[in-house]
Design a protein around this ligand. Structure first.
Ligand code: ZN
Length: 292
């Protein structure tokens, strides 16, 4: 396992972690400059932040600052109530692949969607089996396009508490079943994003990481699970402040040959987003060295 204690060369910052500074929205160009100033080598930007800046200007600044990407957040949301909705998701996912290509991302991270309408507050139906079928079908269509663009897709299984509104794929096992179904040859076109926040509790985690192997481990996301957790979405902890044994999970991922970035992804409306960007980044660097 790599020694992270002496430097932060393998730290990537998911731009959601510094989406706000002192509760004020921070534009992507300022995030990029702050990361470069802290000698952070990689980022994983979100599409809305890229869209606000413009894809081409963002790509230009990323290159000018010598930053790499550890992923692109995010595609997916495959579920819908009708054909028009499914088609709109397909179109949006093709755009995500194109943007990822222009930005130089190694993969598009996918949050697959749950029951349609649930995210807006009212689910259109209760048939999670139907949602899962739409995910399989939509993912297959996106994969065809992504293959032609040479852009790998990383399914991110989300914690089961998000099954209704964000993702009905909730375990590494389920995500890898989709990989087996859609890319049985293990070409590297389809894999998983292992986010410790979502999967740390899973008794099958170590075995499923082994099953994924090098070809299917496309991203590694870190933060921590706080007790108590006060908000289901925006109360993620800084690495080391919660109950996840992050080094143990990293050792499992690296035992498979994963040698990429460890991406800090912390949504924290009541704590970190209230602080100054420099403090957030300094703490990410310190915790990357001591708790990851
Ligand atoms: Zn993640």
């Amino acid at each position: 396992m790599r020694d992270f204690s002496t430097d932060h060369r393998w730290l990537s910052i998911n731009t959601a972690t510094v989406r706000f500074s002192r509760s004020q929205a921070l534009p992507l160009n300022a995030i990029l400059e702050a990361c470069a100033a802290h000698e952070i080598r990689a980022i994983s930007p979100w599409r809305d932040q890229v869209a606000a800046m413009g894809v081409t200007p963002a790509a230009r600044q990323i290159r000018a600052l010598g930053l790499e990407l550890s992923g692109y957040c995010r595609g997916g949301m495959f579920t819908a109530t009708d054909t028009a909705g499914l088609r709109a998701a397909d179109d949006d996912n093709r755009r995500a692949v194109d943007e990822a290509h222009e930005l130089g991302a190694p993969c598009v991270v996918l949050v697959v969607g749950g029951l349609p309408g649930a995210l807006a507050g009212k689910a259109a139906h209760k048939d999670i089996g139907l949602s899962r079928q739409q995910v399989t079908d939509g993912l297959g269509r996106m994969l065809d396009y992504a293959r032609s663009a040479n852009m790998p897709l990383a399914i991110e299984p989300l914690h089961p508490m998000y099954a209704a509104d964000r993702a009905c794929v909730n375990t590494m096992e389920h995500a890898l079943d989709l990989c087996d179904a859609l890319d049985p040859e293990r070409t590297g076109a389809l894999g998983v994003a292992c986010d410790v926040y979502h999967v740390w509790w899973d008794p099958k985690l170590e075995a499923q990481i082994r099953r994924a192997g090098r070809e299917r481990l496309l991203a590694f996301h870190v933060c921590d699970w706080l007790t108590p957790t006060r908000d289901l979405l925006n109360d993620r902890g800084m690495m080391g402040d919660g109950v996840i044994d992050i080094p143990r999970i990293r050792s499992w991922v690296e035992a498979q040959g994963f040698a990429g970035y460890s991406e800090a992804e912390i949504f924290s409306s009541e704590n970190w987003w209230k602080r100054d960007t420099d403090e957030i980044l300094d703490t990410c660097i310190a915790r990357h060295r001591s708790a990851v």
